[in-house]
Design a protein around this ligand. Structure first.
Ligand SMILES: [Zn+2]
Length: 708
């Protein structure tokens, strides 16, 4: 495949109604930044755009909440988000905003272009109208009971409790949030994008052309949208806040935020071009531009289906890829703004970045962990303990350790200068290290080009691991002990240190897209210019010249202490409690399950992982003499049959449960009950009425299957 002439990289426009959390950062921002930095190091023509999404009903709603105006809300959060991104070393070429006049014009022109060519349909529908407030009600302004879960906290577009997407018509007992009154239905006209007309195009473009080079999760989601039937989608709505529909008979109507927001990428590119005296058009019209949208999975439909249809109709290029990430959970639970179960970028900045000089180390530690756990193929989990492990046992102990050892030894054994490489004395270990350095370039490059950032980063760390192994084999500090008797061994020391230094220079190039601050510290230590970080230098062995004197080592990363981890977890929990009052309908502790307190304290994933759970099949059951609550069970676990004593005799008849599958904790230490040794425990759920239920697979599966 030939290299495209230019690249346009976009990160999803964050919505300006609140601070963004690290889940957002991991999903749409860090991967895009890695990619953009890599392309720049390759000296390719790349523009990386982002900006604040400042329209939609959530903005005026947030304004009401904070007792201020929509304008004040977007100004506040635009500035805050922009600052957060800067503090975390995001390298946007422009961070724009959709409230800019340039964006309004661009979005209006887009609408007019489509409308003039008959690509939009006008439909009259009945929508909820608040007579008292004299306004049509956007979805978020209607509250009611969820038809799915019965929660009374459902909005016209989504139920906050069960997460189901809703339309206002589905709500039971709808109420206007403006007046608290029941709204009436009133007729209104809107413009629609008839997606159904483009089904064939979408099928061919996504399901055939991109079925192999796009992520399977992305293609899968598109497929289900397409096969579910593509409905026409309203591109306008009745609202005050937003971009006015540029037509005479459209009083009180604005463009729907989903329509104007992605056009924000175009207006951002225009503003960047104006700022830099460049032309923006090639980035959106020239087929030799590679357009890549980085988004979270909730944005797939907009960037793979809706926006591409708009782009096609408008004569623009289509995205070459949409490497969407799945979600990042936090300490065992879904991140949630309403429950305040989240880690805002700002929180991390305040607690880690601001507390050190310069802040680069802490930024890179977060970038490292978020890339290492990036939810590229499935949801993943931010755990503070995992963060600590990643920093302490990988960044500090492997990468940082290699660089530091190299520097200390080079100063001690080679007088602080790059020693000579004696080619005639190269041994097997030296040659294989040189080979590894060369191969690393091909591997890392290939993975980055395929948007596999997590694996690419693994390769970088792995290369530093190989550096440590190499040094361990060569032991230059041991060899140095022979110097007094045999000065000739200095050549061998020189070779080892020369190669370790060249490897360090390569590591700086490889780590640069991921951890730019670390790369910067490394080039300071090497006393070289930024240009050394150009990708074309990667894989080369002669980056540092012989005899060149290098600076003193600087510590690249610090360790994360246990206290910091527990402090963060405590903070998270106390925030959650402050925001979510304990529910009044907490179930009573069940009478017999005295060993099961209702609320248990949080455990680490590692603790949970210690529990070995398997599906077993009850092959025999009998009552235990003189113990009316106990049953003695024989449970087949596939590899063996165990005796398990269980306190369920008042609930189950032995003859009824033979043949049933159950979930068994298989690695509990054995316990004697009434003289019988019980080897394991079966899991039981108790419902409100006190009835017990086995926890078993939906359909019978192989005995001995693991449960996790
Ligand atoms: Zn619900």
């Amino acid at each position: 495949m030939s290299t495209p002439k230019r690249y346009l990289i976009t990160s999803a426009l964050p919505y300006a109604n609140g601070l963004k959390h690290v889940g957002h950062l991991a999903g749409a921002y860090i991967p895009a930044d890695i990619y953009a930095r890599y392309l720049r190091a390759q000296k390719r023509d790349v523009v990386f755009v982002c900006g604040s999404d400042e329209h939609g009903t959530a903005i005026p709603i947030q304004a009401t909440k904070e007792g201020t105006t929509p304008r004040a809300i977007i100004d506040k959060y635009h500035e805050a988000m922009k600052q957060d991104f800067e503090d975390l070393s995001m390298s946007f070429d422009i961070y724009h905003r959709t409230s800019e006049p340039l964006h309004h014009e661009t979005a209006q022109e887009f609408f007019t272009y489509l409308n003039d060519r008959g690509e939009l349909e006008v439909k009259e529908t009945e929508q909820y109208y608040d007579k008292e407030a004299k306004t049509f009600l956007a979805d978020r302004y209607i509250k009611g009971t969820c038809p799915n879960c019965g929660s009374d906290r459902a909005f016209g577009d989504q139920c906050e409790t069960c997460g189901r997407t809703l339309s206002p018509d589905e709500l039971i007992n709808p109420v206007s949030t403006l007046s608290g009154k029941t709204p009436i239905k009133k007729k209104t006209s809107h413009w629609y994008l008839p997606l159904g007309k483009h089904e064939q195009f979408l099928r061919e473009w996504i399901l055939e052309q991109h079925k192999d080079d796009w992520r399977a999760t992305v293609v899968g989601q598109c497929k289900s949208w397409i096969e579910g039937g593509l409905q026409s989608r309203a591109v306008t709505r009745d609202l005050e806040w937003g971009i006015k529909v540029p037509l005479k008979d459209a009083e009180g109507k604005v463009l729907y935020v989903w329509f104007d927001a992605p056009i924000g990428y175009i207006s951002a590119t225009k503003q960047w071009a104006l700022n830099n005296n460049k032309a923006w058009e090639p980035y959106w019209y020239d087929k030799d531009t590679q357009l890549v949208h980085f988004v979270g999975k909730d944005n797939i439909v907009f960037h793979c289906i809706i926006f591409p249809v708009m782009l096609k109709l408008h004569g623009n290029i289509l995205p070459a890829n949409v490497p969407a990430n799945e979600f990042l959970n936090l300490e065992g639970d879904k991140m949630s703004t309403s429950r305040n179960w989240k880690l805002d970028m700002r929180d991390y900045i305040n607690d880690f970045v601001k507390k050190e000089n310069g802040g680069g180390q802490a930024v890179d530690m977060l970038r490292y962990y978020l890339t290492q756990i990036a939810p590229e193929t499935k949801d993943s989990e931010f755990m503070w303990k995992g963060f600590q492990d990643a920093v302490n046992s990988e960044l500090v102990s492997i990468f940082g350790n290699f660089v530091n050892r190299t520097w200390v030894l080079m100063h001690k054994l080679c007088g602080g200068k790059v020693p000579k490489l004696h080619e005639d004395l190269l041994d097997e270990n030296d040659r294989s290290l040189m080979e590894e350095i060369k191969n690393a370039k091909t591997k890392i490059e290939g993975l980055l080009e395929e948007y596999k950032f997590r694996e690419a980063l693994f390769e970088v760390i792995d290369l530093s691991r190989k550096g440590n192994q190499y040094m361990q084999k060569k032991e230059p500090w041991i060899v140095a002990k022979q110097l007094a008797e045999n000065p000739g061994v200095q050549k061998s020391i020189d070779n080892t240190m020369h190669l370790c230094l060249q490897l360090t220079a390569n590591l700086a190039i490889f780590i640069n897209p991921f951890l730019p601050n670390t790369a910067k510290t490394m080039i300071q230590m090497m006393k070289v210019v930024d240009k050394m970080l150009d990708w074309e230098n990667a894989g080369k062995i002669k980056l540092l010249s012989v005899g060149y004197s290098l600076r003193e080592p600087q510590l690249l990363f610090r360790k994360i202490e246990d206290a910091e981890v527990s402090e963060q977890i405590e903070k998270l929990k106390s925030n959650l409690i402050m925001n979510e009052p304990v529910k009044s309908n907490t179930p009573e502790p069940a009478p017999q399950s005295t060993d099961q307190p209702v609320n248990k304290s949080t455990i680490q994933f590692d603790d949970f992982a210690k529990i070995d759970l398997k599906v077993g099949t009850i092959v025999a059951a009998e009552k235990v003499e003189k113990a009316d609550k106990l049953l003695k069970l024989s449970v087949d676990l596939g590899f063996e049959t165990r005796t398990i004593v269980s306190g369920i005799a008042l609930h189950f008849k032995p003859e009824d449960i033979v043949g049933k599958q159950v979930t068994v904790v298989t690695n509990l230490s054995p316990r004697k009950m009434r003289g019988i040794e019980s080897n394991g425990m079966i899991l039981i759920a108790e419902d409100k009425s006190g009835k017990l239920h086995f926890i078993n697979p939906e359909n019978a599966i192989d005995t001995g299957s693991n449960v996790s």
